[in-house]
Write a protein that binds this ligand. Structure first.
Ligand code: PAF
Length: 280
């Protein structure tokens, strides 16, 4: 696997491949890689000639400086995992390489970046868009792969790709789960062993809420989930919403043939986790 720290070197490498007509698959990450990330590398390798993965903890998408400081960083372990997965190239830039100036770009996603995660993490998606735009300009991928645990992020990136006429196909990949159902996330590594056990409640509550939503309605499901979370002193719910999976507008009542996704964000101790489940 080739490792690049400099934009110009990565661009030089990619130019050579593109001139030979090779397709580029891109997997942007913030590192602390797990099997979920590796499934994105595999999806890219299955459909693209060359796979590039970036590992960059993007400061502009953190609205909490403590969260940025504590975000897990393990570049050696990440490099090893990517090598084992036969990733072709790793882009490991510094902050000054990606942001040579402090200039902040402002994006307009309408309501999409103000609801759900956007409401609780103001500015988060603007920072995601800023870095993904930068990466798309550098890598100019044919396809870019994102995990659907970050369901709203996929919508933002789709909107961004359209706005910047990037031409990259945005591929949303299935959530990978631990044996107890917890969605794989780099943040899971920050949970204490007690918190980790408690976190396994999240997928169970989501599954039960889905069943209730389909049998007794969305309100009953919302009440059930909030009550169950309130019983846990170490847990705090930020939101649990039923939404249209295309535009994420809130859904209050199930309609025949209407697709619905249930999304939540929840604190387990100090660690904030997100998850989602498709209802139908
Ligand atoms: O999902 C992530 O890890 C990040 O938000 C991303 C897409 C790599 C941008 O920093």
């Amino acid at each position: 696997m080739l490792i690049f720290n400099k934009i110009t070197e990565l661009e030089g490498f990619l130019e050579g491949l593109k001139s030979k007509g090779q397709s580029i698959g891109f997997v942007p990450t913030m590192g602390a890689l797990h099997k979920g990330h590796i499934s994105l590398i595999e999806a890219s390798k299955a459909t693209c000639d060359v796979t590039v993965c970036s590992v960059f903890v993007n400061p502009t998408q953190f609205n909490d400086t403590a969260d940025l400081a504590h975000y897990p960083r393990m570049p050696e372990a990440d490099t090893l995992l990517l090598e084992q997965a036969n990733c072709d190239a790793l882009f490991l830039p510094t902050v000054s390489e990606i942001y040579p100036t402090r200039e902040k770009q402002i994006f307009d996603f309408g309501e999409l970046d103000k609801i759900l995660e956007g409401k609780y993490r103001p500015g988060h998606f603007n920072g995601v868009a800023q870095v993904v735009k930068r990466f798309f300009e550098i890598v100019q991928p044919n396809r870019a792969f994102f995990g659907s645990k970050d369901f709203q992020q996929v919508k933002i990136v789709e909107a961004l790709a359209k706005q910047m006429k990037s031409g990259a196909e945005i591929v949303s990949c299935a959530i990978l789960r631990e044996p107890d159902g917890l969605a794989m996330s780099s943040r899971n590594a920050l949970l204490s062993s007690n918190e980790r056990v408690l976190a396994s409640l999240i997928p169970r509550l989501l599954t039960k809420a889905k069943e209730l939503a389909l049998s007794s309605g969305l309100l009953a499901a919302k009440e059930y989930l909030s009550k169950e979370v309130a019983k846990q002193p170490l847990m705090k719910l930020d939101y649990f919403e039923f939404c249209n999976p295309t535009n994420l507008t809130t859904i209050t009542q199930l309609q025949p043939n209407e697709k619905v996704v249930a999304l939540l964000a929840i604190f387990v101790g100090k660690i904030r986790l997100i998850d989602n489940i498709i209802l139908n």
